[in-house]
Design a protein. Sequence first.
Length: 469
Amino acid sequence: MNARARLVAGFVPALLAAGACQSALEGTRSGIAISNVTVIDAVSGERPDQTVLIDGDRIAAVGASDSIDFGGLFEVIDGAGKFLIPGLWDMHVHLTYDERLVDFMPRAFIRYGITSVRDTGGLMRKLRPVVERMRAAGAIAPRVFFSGPLLDGGTVVYDGVNAVEVGIANLTAAHAEMNVAGLKAQGIDFIKIYEMVTPEVFDALIKAARIHGLPIAAHVPLSMRASAAAPRVNSMEHLRNVVLDCVDNAQGLLEKRQEYLNAGRERSGIDLRAALHRMQRMDAIDALDWEVCGAVLDTMRNTIQVPTARLSTLKLFPVFERGDWAAALARMPPALIEEWSAPPAWMAVDPVFRDHRFAQYTLDMIGHMRQAGVPIGAGTDTPLAHAIPGYSLHNELEILVAAGLTPLEALGAATIQPAAFFSLQDEIGAVAPGMHADLVLLRANPLADIRNTRSIDRVIARGRLMPTE
């Protein structure tokens, strides 16, 4: 008998003995049993013919179906011919970016089996009420972890004047330390560093986050190289600016950016950032040297990369041309249905005129990262660029597989990697005793085809069966 079987064999009788009398007196069932199901997670792989017992918000036991007798204490779901995976995460969402979607998002995430989300940027005055509603008892909503505003430099990209207001300025190291302390006091779960910070402010934000015990998500600041920034944070977003460090003249490109940043302080943040991207990004992609890049990727082996691949490969995998797009879009708030029926304004309607170089770079970079042992996390940047909440995470998983991940690795990107970001590997992300009871029951095997993550039969969040309609 292996260790897990011994745990189940010892735990289940104790659970039944402890709950039998009370359950009989009350005439109610104390939990949920999913019987005869194939369990799949990125920790233990595929395990056929299992029974999973859920007691409150925890998985009480997992074991071979013929070894667990749970009597009448549990509401039974017959899992025969079905597949049970951990609840999925979206590691990169913006819950308050579009006011038309604020009330729609939580239930939409649940519908698609997303039981946890990481909000990577929003103003506290807008975000806190949303988080409170999502965390309220009985809410039909995923678990939510949030960073508060983007911590930008003296020049702010998302400043509320030239772009949606999502970021705040960090003018000096002292200012940065004060901002982090203030956000910690307001209950944030991590910080998000943005692109316009100076190296000095970056250092101060890192130091403050460590003092306050906060994980760190970041873009590669334009004033720095990826190999210098990545090892100091817990996740990097979008593969943004990584390619600028993957060319022979990476140091020269950095010096040009720093000069441009110093000279462009009177420009808006969004214009300045866009100008730098136009100036260097595509030339760097064309000149990318994978041997040079190998040394850069070596610095990232302890930093989760969240490529938001569905965003940067939209021209290659246009979501609005999918067969299931119309049905998914029809569920959206009416104000968005017509707006999202056509490609985004920045994307050519005619596929002939779509430049696929950046999309192909994204796929190639993810594949090289996987080969280098760099951890990959699944996030979508919902709701930007036609990202239907929940639906878009399944697109992301398909693209990660197209880039070279196995289906099991893609599942890991949406389960164990997000948990690792928050050091919650022992709490969430696998189907095992003691884990939080966030689970998705599928009608088809996602290891045979990652698209089968869409074949959702039931969603369980915090130990409760959720509505999926």
